[in-house]
Design a binder for this molecule. Sequence first.
Ligand code: PAF
Length: 252
Amino acid sequence: MTTCTALADWRRLRTSPDWAGRSVGFVPTMGALHAGHAALLARARAENDRVVLSIFVNPTQFNDPGDLARYPRPLEADLALAGPHVDAVLAPEPAAFYPDGYRYRVTENALSTTLEGAHRPGHFDGVLTIVLKLLNVVRPTRAYFGEKDWQQLALVRGLVEALLLPVEIVACATVRDPDGLALSSRNRRLSPLARERAAAFPAVLRTAASAAEAVTALREQGFDVDYVEDHDGMRLGAVRVEGVRLIDHVRL
Ligand code: PAF
């Protein structure tokens, strides 16, 4: 496994005889890897000749500077988890991806302003901008995204279609703990008690008769609810437990 922190090193590797002309699977992440990421990497490994993982805590998709500062960055553990699955890791400094100081950005005007976007203004501009940069730099055959971030996945698909990008977007099912909580890098910030309570979130999304009933039931169980909405055959929600923000979705 080769780790590249400079874009020039990655570009040299990408054009080397060992990579050129081969299929490349790409898993973009912000690190703090868990079994959900491992599932994306395993699928990329099975479907491509080469696999590359990016670890980049993208500052432009955080609305809250405190959330950005607290975001876990366990690089050594991430490299250990990724090792069996990947040929290369791209882990650059923020300056490498933002030479323009974020003067140029990608904006979507419809889906990105609803649901998560309504509660986190500008979040999806940051996501779409970094995803476009990553795809330009990595030049993968296929890129793997989790269905857990359903709205992100839909917007990335839209980006690829709108900008005619030569990459296949592969959606992978959400990985859950045995009690139903979707795996997320943020889960590790929950206290043991909050972690136990958090399992009620997907259970309520699944069982409530309507989105409004889900909001009431979640509030009764002590969650701060940002939203629960039924959209396009899915029920999507975001809540906070002990200040830790969790998102999830269930198919209706
Ligand atoms: O889903 C994530 O981890 C991030 O939003 C992504 C796609 C890596 C962009 O920073």
